[in-house]
Write a protein of this length. Structure first.
Length: 348
């Protein structure tokens, strides 16, 4: 091949130089493309033998010593799943208080002739309890108080400012049903007191009782008591007699009845005033020893006056005898209760 300026002589033929260059470059390009197609792709991986003992591509490599026996397979590492958020509201679980024995340590003290009760307790703060002082069948005083910092103080107890007479008394500490107490109290005690136990919780309420003695001149107290009982019996006998006279007079005609009943009523009012001066017009003024008898007789003085008006209506033809008999039976029962109360007071 010879090259002369822009002509190339190849195999006896004269060929333009640019044509030769294009042909050569084309051959070079085709050769390169063939080589590229023959080479494996970089994305393809040559398969390799997988060892059952070797670490996988996603496992952490662990060096283990060579053993003569077949090694146990190494457990794969497990990832802890992330908990999904829940729409359920959080519930705060509080442990229930263990059952506790109820404590009520009572101390009785007297200051200036008046009674006070100091109680150490494990009842919850804010709980309401009732203190009641009794002698025989009579209630001598009551007070409702609240527990504060493990203590209760109730008092003073007195007879309208006067000291209690010497003798034996009973103190009761009670509560309403525990489920009627405040929610704070119920959370500690339980709705029916199930978180506490002991002799002082019965049927879902507090029920404590103890006795105490008021010292003094027992002989003088007994003398005053007998004097009071004698006077109460006189008043009760008078009421029974007035009752009998009233019943006998219901057969009188209207004219005779009018004059007689006015005298009967005047005498009744005079005796009632005497009774009030001697014992008091109501329970807040009473300072005696036989409270129940005093109450029954005081009520009877009022009821017999009302019954006198019913007799007047009967004589005037305003009510039937059957209605009058019903009212008579009511007063008769009250007078019998007063007699029973006097007897009980004598025996105490």
């Amino acid at each position: 091949m010879s090259i002369n300026k822009k002509q190339v002589t190849l195999f006896g033929h004269s060929i333009s130089l640019p044509v030769v260059i294009v042909v050569v470059l084309s051959c070079v390009v085709l050769s390169c493309c063939g080589l590229m197609l023959a080479m494996p792709s970089s994305e393809e991986t040559t398969p390799t033998a997988v060892s059952t003992q070797g670490p996988t591509a996603t496992s952490r490599v662990i060096d283990t010593p060579t053993l003569t026996n077949t090694p146990e397979p190494i457990p794969a590492l497990e990832s802890t799943p992330t908990p999904e958020p829940s729409n359920t509201p959080n519930v705060v679980v509080t442990s229930e208080p263990s059952s506790t024995e109820l404590i009520l340590n009572v101390n009785t003290r007297v200051e200036d002739g008046k009674l006070y009760f100091d109680v150490e307790t494990n009842l919850p703060d804010g709980m309401e309890v009732m203190f009641t002082v009794e002698a025989g069948e009579d209630i001598w005083g009551q007070s409702k108080v609240q527990v504060s910092s493990g203590f209760i103080t109730a008092g003073p107890f007195s007879r309208q400012g006067e000291p209690y007479p010497p003798g034996e008394y009973v103190l009761s500490i009670t509560s309403s049903l525990l489920r009627l107490q405040s929610l704070e109290v119920q959370q500690i005690l339980g709705e029916n007191g199930e978180n506490f136990y002991g002799d002082y919780i019965t049927e879902g309420r507090i029920d404590f009782e103890t006795s105490f003695t008021v010292a003094g001149d027992q002989e003088e107290t007994q003398r005053l008591k007998e004097q009071e009982l004698s006077s109460l019996q006189i008043h009760l006998t008078y009421l029974n007699d007035k009752f009998d006279l009233l019943d006998k007079a219901k057969g009188k005609d209207e004219l005779e009845w009018t004059g007689w009943s006015r005298e009967w009523n005047t005498d009744l009012q005079e005796h009632r005033e005497t009774f009030n001066q001697e014992f008091g017009a109501n329970i807040s003024q009473y300072k005696g020893y036989c409270r129940s008898a005093f109450l029954d007789i005081g009520i009877a003085y009022g009821d017999i006056f009302i019954l006198w008006q019913s007799y007047d209506d009967f004589v005037m033809g305003k009510i039937a005898e059957s209605e009058l008999d019903t009212r008579i039976a009511g007063l008769r029962a009250l007078l019998d209760e007063a007699q029973a109360a006097i007897t009980i007071c004598q025996e105490d």
